[in-house]
Design a binder for this molecule. Structure first.
Ligand SMILES: Cc1ncc(COP(=O)(O)O)c(C=O)c1O
Length: 334
């Protein structure tokens, strides 16, 4: 793929392993592989790091000294941003959504790491979250008023620049798939703010993943199919406009497997938690309840209904989230 990438700071361990999951493959009667983007690093782990490589290069180029971003209370993106900022000598402000900002949750999991990295945490209510871009703009004004130079990263790092992270990952995965016997393949990923999906789809459009025999399918962990078709289309349109491409991503390119949000964002059903425990015990792999556990559950259900649902091979993109899992109740009384 001959594409000129924007500037990037090296934060992610690239060429994460592509591993066959024997236990899951046997249980589901399908060829199940795991693309281990949970191994993009230790503290800087998961999918967000790949986006931050481009976003933080832009922050540094703009002369920023403080990065500001937002997410749910156990946001992996905010944790990765806080730690990456520390590594690059930047301050960070993370705006976190919680039920009652006057009684914020205990510092566990990602929150603990936000604190450890020295991030300033601003708690906001689900109501205030609806206008999160305005909250981010206000925080930027506050940093400016204090003499700082802010750089705002939107929710999940999901914008046109952040999408480059998964354009690059698509190229990496394509190289790895070329080492395997040719087979119709579906890449399944957890969709939370759309940036990973947009990047993968753009990467394929730009020639990174073989268009004929690789499908890309997201399992939405919140909202619904229409919402993510809109969000991903918007990111792809902005990408084309900003970088002079004509990828022309449209609704037909965006495959969202709706129906697995369950009880809602970051709320688990017993059967989802049971699968997380099963995967840990059978495959030795940790999934998190908010993203990868829900998406893996969706993929599993689809395969139980039809083992050929995803063609001859399914690659589950493990996007990380282990620190969130450590703060969650995984129903371990069994
Ligand atoms: C572990 C994990 N997986 C998947 C996602 C979803 O990725 P995206 O926000 O790019 O849709 C996120 C973040 O939202 C995440 O933290």
């Amino acid at each position: 793929m001959d594409v000129r990438y924007p500037s990037r700071v090296g934060l992610a361990r690239e060429y994460t392993p592509l591993e066959k999951l024997d236990g899951a493959s046997d249980a589901l009667g399908a060829e199940v592989w795991l693309k281990r983007d949970d191994m993009t690093g230790v503290e800087l782990s998961g999918n967000k790091v790949r986006k931050l490589e481009f976003l933080l290069a832009d922050a540094l180029a703009s002369g920023a000294d403080t990065v500001i971003t937002c997410g749910g209370e156990q946001s992996n993106h905010c944790r990765a941003t806080a730690l990456a900022a520390a590594k690059l000598g930047l301050r960070s402000v993370v705006v976190l959504r919680t039920a009652d900002p006057n009684a914020p949750p205990a510092p566990t999991g990602n929150i603990l790491l936000d604190r450890l990295a020295g991030a300033e945490i601003v708690w906001i209510s689900p109501e205030a979250w609806k206008a999160r871009d305005e909250v981010l703009a206000r925080e930027a004004d506050r940093v400016r008023a204090g003499g700082g130079a802010p750089y705002v990263i939107p929710e999940g790092g999901s914008n046109a620049l952040g999408a480059w992270g998964y354009v690059r990952a698509a190229q990496e995965l394509a190289e790895q798939l070329r080492e395997l016997p040719a087979r119709e393949t579906t890449v399944v990923y957890a969709c939370g703010s759309g940036g990973t999906g947009a990047g993968l789809i753009l990467g394929q459009k730009l020639g990174g993943l073989g268009a004929e025999d690789v499908r890309i399918a997201g399992v939405n962990v919140c909202d619904d199919r229409d919402y993510f078709v809109r969000v991903i289309s918007d990111i792809c349109r902005a990408f084309d406009a900003d970088y002079g491409f004509e990828s022309g991503v449209d609704e037909r390119d965006i495959d969202i497997l709706d129906g697995y949000v369950g009880r809602g964002y970051a709320k688990s059903r017993p059967e989802e938690l049971a699968l997380i425990r099963q995967v840990a015990r059978r495959d030795g792999v940790i999934l998190d309840p908010v993203y990868t556990g829900k998406a893996f559950f969706g993929m599993t259900r689809e395969l139980e209904n039809d083992p050929r649902r995803f063609g001859g091979r399914v690659v589950f993109l493990h996007t990380g989230g282990v620190f969130g899992a450590l703060a969650a109740d995984l129903g371990l009384s069994d």
